[in-house]
Design a protein around this ligand. Structure first.
Ligand code: ZN
Length: 671
């Protein structure tokens, strides 16, 4: 199952809209912004609380971070089969370059390299479009001739074609209806097979009678081998063996420092899964993992989310190592402990509610390292595992990564966004005061309760909403969160201290959905990404349905468009109404109604408003996408070689980190 990640966009926009948060003043000495290029800003994040972990926990974190970075090349190769060769080629030219480093060609090469690192390949991490290099092919070819023989690429002609020909491997994941989604997608999850062949293959393989199906295709590449559709498994001895071996070596070292037996079992099962590739073992691992709620240190390491696969089957490799933020977790625990109350009071037809909401565990975590599909661009909330039956029987872990949301927030101070787009001073002050907390609560509600709420009517196919499933699922989770943000229950639980606080998130949400998120769309293009569609759907629907009562207004001041919300209470009512309808669509599997909503509200862009947003945004010079560099962990050993401490350092910047990773953590490239 998909949609368990919030792309970091909601928070990004929130961050961009927040000029001064409550903790703004504590961190003037910490330099959050590391680099800026193309449409990207690279930030640092702090790891508060790391120093307070025990030596044993620090050692555990250290080896898990090593296991995380070791998988970096896997994702790069999954994203496209020429990615590693191109990354290495451009890195070689970049590091061996002896010419004028102020020249246009060199600068353009550097920018392209930074983009490749950020996208883990030659496609944009978000739009999925291939990067357009701004240096010339002749420049690249000439510089290649100057490389030492052992750094020459094997097939420069092919690589140049892939880099420079815009028609070759143009889009990493193609979702356009009607096309062969496999042959038209540039990822490396399939080779020489058509969509039909793959679908036939899995249909023949899948046993629909079992209650606990494995996640078919999660850890395989599907290729035509000797005229036969064949799964090539990611495991030791299989595909990506060298990288996986190195991950496993570090998992073994980490295991020696496990916090308890349960966690040791989790690591053992993961090692076994990486060794055999057996997806039943992965399910066992997932169950043990979701049930380990005692350990403070936790991690994800594996083939997890399937957004990179147009068929939604193969997991992109990723790792996040983290530890629980015990104090902040009291917030999500309060929500989880009341999950049934929220379910029972949700504004949906009681037939679509869950009688018993099970196993919602939630915590706030501090990320210690981001890797693979979570690096440099990273989610702010995670809800795993993805297997439906495991979620139903054993629950899921839902987390909010607060040191990341804090970094977004703090890095955005004073960027001028508020002054440009927020209608008046009173609203700006409201955002300053309450957006950080309400946005975190929105994420908590979305992840802990939203996705887990509601039920399908018996016999309804969970995939009935097809291509619109992701958008509508995110819509559902967001609406659940928005509706409850304004509920007195949150004050009763002590999560908010002002009954007006929710208005900050409401304003930002509508502003973003109707206007400011358009800055991420190129002129003339539609909204495609599921989370963006969901936000547009909600905002446009509420705008239209609140029109007769003038709930949301678009007003012009000095020729500029502003969002004015006249009736917040009525807006909450609209959120509830739409939630009822979206839940009905999901519960009944009403594909047509879902499609109609998406097509009417979520896709098409008003070109005039779009242009205005782009113009105003361009003046602010804010990067639409953000990502992170990791801190550097260094173990301190005693004379016997035991770890006595692990130090953390934040000074490494983007280029040195990427080059170091390529040098020291790149088992899949030839040296
Ligand atoms: Zn979600």
């Amino acid at each position: 199952m998909k949609f368990k990640y919030i792309a970091a966009t909601a928070m990004m926009m929130a961050a961009a809209a927040s000029t001064q948060s409550v903790m703004a003043n504590n961190n003037s000495d910490f330099n959050y912004v590391v680099d800026r290029f193309a449409d990207i800003e690279v930030l640092r994040y702090k790891v508060p609380g790391f120093e307070d972990l025990s030596t044993r926990q620090k050692a555990l974190v250290y080896y898990l971070t090593e296991a995380a970075i070791a998988g970096r090349d896997i994702l790069c190769d999954q994203n496209g089969k020429y990615n590693l060769a191109i990354r290495q080629l451009i890195e070689n030219v970049y590091t061996n370059y002896g010419g004028n480093k102020e020249s246009r060609q060199y600068k353009a090469l550097e920018k392209y390299l930074k983009q490749i690192w950020f996208g883990n390949g030659i496609h944009h991490h978000y739009s999925m479009d291939k990067f357009v290099p701004e240096f010339d092919e002749t420049f690249l070819r000439y510089e290649v001739t100057k490389l030492p023989a052992d750094k020459q690429p094997a097939d420069i002609d092919t690589l140049c074609k892939v880099i420079f020909d815009p028609t070759v491997l143009a889009k990493r994941v193609n979702q356009a209806e009607g096309a062969d989604l496999i042959t038209t997608s540039a990822n490396n999850l399939y080779e020489g097979v058509t969509q039909k062949q793959v679908e036939d293959y899995y249909n023949a393989l899948k046993d629909t009678t079992v209650a606990n199906p494995i996640s078919y295709g999660l850890n395989t590449r599907v290729a035509m081998v000797d005229g036969k559709v064949t799964e090539q498994t990611y495991r030791i001895g299989g595909l990506y063996s060298d990288a996986i071996s190195r991950i496993v070596d570090n998992l073994r070292k980490a295991r020696a420092y496990a916090e308890n037996d349960k966690q040791a079992t989790v690591i053992d099962l993961l090692i076994e899964y990486y060794t055999t590739g057996d997806l039943a073992t992965f399910d066992e691992y997932s169950i043990q993992w979701v049930e380990d709620t005692d350990s403070q240190v936790d991690f994800i390491n594996g083939f997890i989310e399937s957004y990179g696969d147009p068929l939604g089957m193969t997991g992109a490799w990723e790792s996040i190592v983290n530890f629980k933020n015990i104090k902040a977790s009291q917030r999500t625990e309060a929500l989880s402990n009341n999950a049934q109350w929220f379910e029972d009071h949700s504004p949906v037809d009681p037939r679509f509610r869950k009688d018993k909401v099970k196993g919602v565990t939630a915590k706030v975590i501090t990320a210690a390292i981001l890797a693979g599909d979570a690096y440099p661009a990273t989610p702010i909330g995670i809800n795993l595992p993805n297997a439906n039956w495991i979620r139903a029987a054993h629950g899921s872990k839902s987390v909010t990564i607060e040191n990341i949301t804090q970094a977004y927030d703090e890095a955005s101070h004073g960027n001028g966004f508020n002054e440009e787009f927020v209608i008046d001073d009173a609203t700006r002050q409201l955002l300053d005061k309450y957006l950080f907390i309400t946005d975190n609560l929105h994420t908590d509600l979305h992840e802990c309760l939203g996705h887990g709420s509601g039920r399908l009517l018996p016999g309804v196919d969970p995939d009935a909403l097809k291509a619109h499933g992701s958008t509508l699922e995110e819509t559902r989770a967001d609406l659940f969160a928005l509706y409850y943000l304004a509920d007195a229950k949150l004050l009763e639980l002590g999560l908010l201290d002002n009954p007006e606080a929710y208005k900050a998130e409401y304003y930002k949400y509508i502003l973003n959905g109707l206007m400011t998120q358009l800055m991420r769309i190129e002129p003339g293009k539609d909204v495609e990404e599921a989370h963006m569609r969901n936000r547009k759907l909600i905002a446009e629907w509420c705008y239209e349905h609140g029109r007769k009562d003038n709930v949301i207004e678009m007003v012009k001041v000095d020729g500029k468009t502003f969002i004015k919300i006249n009736d917040y209470e009525r807006l909450r009512g609209l959120f509830g109404e739409l939630l009822g309808e979206i839940q009905r669509i999901k519960s009944e599997g009403d594909y047509e109604a879902g499609r109609d909503l998406v097509e009417k509200y979520a896709v098409k862009v008003d070109p005039q408003l779009h242009k205005e947003v782009l113009d105003r945004y361009a003046h602010l010079d804010i990067a639409p996408y953000k990502g992170f560099v990791n801190p550097v962990y260094t173990p301190v050993y005693d004379a016997e070689g035991n770890i006595t401490d692990v130090t953390i350092d934040y000074t490494e910047s983007y280029i040195p980190q990427m080059l170091r990773y390529s040098r020291d953590y790149s088992p899949l490239t030839k040296k």
